[in-house]
Structures are given as C-alpha cells and as structure tokens.
Design a protein around this ligand. Structure first.
Ligand code: NAD
Length: 492
C-alpha cells in the first residue's frame, strides 16, 4: 500500500496531525489505491506561508519564462497520458476513453496558458492630453486557493492552476478527497517541469482545509469548483476578507429536441450527454425536452440504446458506463429514483442498483430514464449527479425555452433542429453560459470561456483568456512627459 504526502515549499511532507485517509476504487472497493494526508489547518498555514514567500520571487519571473515551465509540464503530461488516465479511472471510475479526454484537456489548457505567457495583453490608448501616455497591464494578486471536485480530477485543477501561474500568482491546491491521486500526479509533473519551491503547494484533506483556504488573510483569490451548497459557504467565508471569489457550481442542463430534429443524432447526443461519466458531469444532459410530435419516436430509440449500455469497470475497454464515484453518490441516485416515482413520473428503464457478479464490489447503477416528467418535479429541478435522465414533452420552441430556463442553474443547454431560425432564437433566449446546436450539453474546448449563470456561477469564467481575469487585476498607468502639471478633464 502506498502512502502519499502533501507537497509544501518544494518538499513532500506528512500532515501535522499524522492522520491519513484511504482512497478506494469505486468499481472495486477491495482495491485500495493508497492512503493520503488528512490535513489540518496547520498544514494550510504552512502551505500559505510558503506560497506567500514564493510569490515575491515568482511574480518577478518574466511571464514568457513562467510559461516555459507550463510548456514543459504539458509535454510531460502528454508522454504519460495513458498511465495518468488509468490512475484516474481507478480512483473515480469513468471509462478510460473519458479519462484520456480529461488528461488531454489538462494538456490543452496548460499549452494554451503557456502561449498566454507571450501575450497577457493590456491596452494602450491615446491620452486626452498632449505629452501623456496611457496604458493598462495585468498584475498578479498573490496566493490563490484552488479547491476542486472529483469529476474532472486533472482537467479542472489545470483550468485554475495554469492561468494562476502564468499570471504570476502562487497556489495552494486542495483536491476532492475522492481523487487525490490525480492531484498528486499533476503536482509531481509540475515539480518535474521545474516549478520553483513554494509556487505550487498541495494539501489533501476535507472541509476544514477548504475552509481555512477560504478565510486566510494571505489568500487573495479563491477559485472553487463544486456543489452550489459548498460554493455558497466558500463565498460567505471569503467575503469578510474581500477576496476575489471564483465559483463554478452545479448544473441542470437541458437538451431541446424539435420536431424537425435528426432523431438518431439527438439520441446519440443524449446518451453521451446523459450517461457519460455516469451522469456525473456539471454539464450532464440530465433534462431532455422533446417536441410532442417526435416524443414517442425519440423515446423508443433512446430507451433501447440506454438499455444496451454496458455498465462495468472503466478499466475494461468494452465498458461504456462506469460506477458512481462513491457509496454516498450512489445513495443520492437511488434517493432521486424513489422521489421521481413518488412524484408520478414514469420510470421507463433502469432504476436499480447493480450489485451482482461483476458489479458486486462497486457502486454501480443502471442507466435510468424517466418519461412524462413534469418540469416542476424535483427530478427535473435538482442536480442528481448520476445516470438519471428526465424526459419532458413540449409543444413549441417557446415552450421548450421556458422549460429550459425554468431551473435555478444556468450552465449549459442545447438544441437539436434543422431550422436555423429556431437555432438562433434559442441561442439568444436561453440564459446559460454555454450553448450547443445539434450537439449535447457537453464538449467545451479550452480556448473559449467556460462557466454558468444563476446558481451555477458568480459571473467569472474559466478557460480561454477569460480565466486571466480571475487570476490577474488591471492596473492603469499614466506617464506624463510634459514636464508640467496637466489636469485631466480640466486642461485641454
Ligand atoms: P463538493 O462541493 O462536495 O466539493 C468540492 C470541493 O470543495 C472538494 O474539494 C471539497 O472537499 C471541498 N469542500 C467541502 N466543504 C468545503 C468547505 N466548507 N469549504 C471549502 N471547501 C470545501 O462537490 P463535489 O461533490 O466534489 O463535486 C460535484 C459538484 O461539482 C457538482 O455539483 C457539480 O455540478 C460541480 N461541478 C461544477 C463544475 C462547473 O464548472 N460548474 C464542474 C465540475 C463539477
């Protein structure tokens, strides 16, 4: 059994408490992956102190040089893509094809941000006064707390850490307790790529660690991805210190299928969007709204295909859907299946835990579809985070859009139609951060902003150059070379 350490000030060290926690494979609970540090607030103090010291040097390293470390890291991740993906599948269950995609996203983001090291563009503008120069530039903020969930164990940390570093900040990173191995793997690669001591620090552990990372005076940015409930707590904890808080939270995403849609294509999209990562994506297509004229035709094919999905260990190449990440996540899924039935929705397929034969030692659940769902039902309103899709009927595009917008969240939405007018109207009227035409609610690329509205986010975005706005602040600079006092808005 392997014991993994925290990474603080350039050294791999144990927690002050001496306590550890176990990490087990959700497809086979007898498979112990290793034990990790169950850290305390004292470990956060050490990590923040190291990051604050390192900041004074790192902020002065020219951005193109900082970017070289990221480039080296991206290359190392690429050479180890397969082994990193296998570790990830083993610790959180999604199938290898998807964990390879997760690692690829970390490569893409790290490369993108390495490129930004030679840009980080500001503005130069003409001054309103003669012999005066006006410009703006991005400056780093200092120590950034990075708190991440388990469903994209390498991609999401890279979305935060790479832009934080290229902007000149230093980082204290706490991954979810369900996926510490991928976090260790990522930080080891940064170390190997030449990140100086203290610039990135890893502290594994639970809510106490995250709470201290949200309140510490030396922390200037808290970048959090996770549930809306915890996001709200993080926001409240960080508010008294006026920290910059970047929140990416839950989703209840909708696919709208119009009566002119290509049904085969929509079915493919809903399978991938609804059951990929066992429905445990923030962008999962957990709601499907189908025009009443094609509802029966869509359901026939969708249900038949969902029934035929092969559920199993994600390390087996034939598996199409892995387990839920943990016992508690599986219990949430089962709880919502019961709620849906009680609310009067029709359980069309699935609805049961799988615990026999090859599924006996894991947290498996059947792909599940509810039909005849009322948009007000809890299964159509609340994030389930499991392989459960709620299908509703609509009578028109306007009806579909009203249902689509009628939830607390606003991450992603999609429409299947062959009518360009409908596509553009939906694109305008759906209030989400991400929108797709003739594709499911997932499939974001790293060079466009990623994030959501309403209870999904607080106005910031990750990815693309939008991420630089989280991890830098604008400084406007005026240089007067007239040799006399020139008064803005007064002298002409
Ligand atoms: P979670 O909210 O339970 O945990 C997220 C992280 O916060 C973990 O590292 C956890 O240990 C930490 N944490 C827990 N309590 C804390 C506290 N009081 N203070 C600070 N940190 C604390 O979420 P999860 O179960 O790991 O992930 C699933 C959720 O993440 C879903 O709601 C999903 O929609 C969301 N998610 C959102 C996006 C997005 O970009 N919008 C992406 C992926 C996942």
């Amino acid at each position: 059994m392997h014991k993994y350490q925290n990474y603080i000030d350039g050294s791999w060290v144990g927690t002050h408490s001496g306590r550890t926690f176990e990490n087990r494979n959700p497809a086979d609970c007898e498979d112990l992956i290793g034990v990790f540090q169950d850290s305390t607030v004292e470990d956060v103090e050490s990590a923040v102190a190291a990051a604050a010291r390192a900041y004074e040097r790192w902020r002065l390293v020219p951005a193109p040089r900082r970017a070289e470390v990221l480039l080296a890291a991206a290359q190392l991740i690429a050479t180890r893509k397969d082994e990193l993906a296998r570790d990830m599948t083993r610790e959180m269950g999604k199938v290898l094809e998807e964990t390879r995609g997760d690692v690829q996203e970390a490569i893409d983001m790290t490369l993108f941000m390495a490129g930004e090291g030679r840009r980080l563009y500001g503005q130069t503008v003409p001054s309103e006064l003669r012999d005066k120069f006006a410009m703006s530039l991005r400056q780093p903020l200092g120590v950034c707390s990075v708190i991440t969930p388990w469903n994209f164990p390498m991609a999401i940390p890279s979305w935060k850490i790479a832009p934080a570093l290229v902007c000149g900040n230093t980082v204290v990173f706490k991954p979810a307790t369900l996926t510490p191995l991928s976090a260790v793997n990522f930080v080891k690669i940064l170390e190997e790529a030449g990140i100086p001591a203290g610039v990135v620090n890893l502290v594994t552990g639970g809510p106490d660690v995250g709470t201290r990372m949200s309140t510490h005076d030396e922390v200037k940015v808290v970048s959090f991805t996770g549930s809306t409930t915890v996001g709200r707590t993080v926001s409240q904890n960080a508010a008294p210190g006026f920290k910059k808080v970047h929140l990416e939270m839950g989703g209840k995403n909708v696919v709208m299928i119009m009566d002119d849609a290509k049904i085969d294509l929509a079915v493919e999209g809903c399978l991938w969007g609804g059951f990929g990562t066992s429905g445990q994506r923030c962008t999962a297509a957990s709601r499907v709204v189908v025009h009443e004229r094609v509802y029966e035709a869509f359901m026939r094919e969708f249900v038949a295909r969902a029934k035929s999905l092969r559920v199993g260990n994600g390390l087996d190449d034939r598996t199409q859907m892995g387990p839920s990440v943990s016992q508690s996540q599986l219990e949430t899924v089962m709880k919502y299946v019961a709620i849906g039935q009680k609310e009067g929705a029709t359980l069309v397929t699935g609805g049961h835990r799988l615990d026999k034969g090859p599924h006996a030692r894991g947290w498996f659940h059947e792909p599940t579809i509810f039909g005849d769902v009322d948009p007000k039902m809890r299964i159509a309103q609340e994030e389930i985070f499991g392989p459960v899709v709620s299908v509703m009927r609509c009578r028109s595009l306007e009806d579909a859009i009203a249902i689509g917008n009628g939830v607390a969240y606003g991450l992603s939405a999609s429409i299947y139609t062959q009518d360009i007018n409908k596509a553009f109207a939906a694109m305008r009227d759906i209030y989400t951060g991400i929108f797709y035409v003739n594709a499911p609610t997932i499939g974001a690329e790293v060079h466009l902003p990623f994030g959501g509205t309403k209870a999904t986010g607080n106005g910031h975005r990750e990815a693309g150059t939008a991420a630089l706005d989280v991890f830098s602040e604008w400084k406007s600079i005026y240089v007067d070379f007239s040799g006399k006092l020139q008064r803005a808005q007064i002298d002409t």
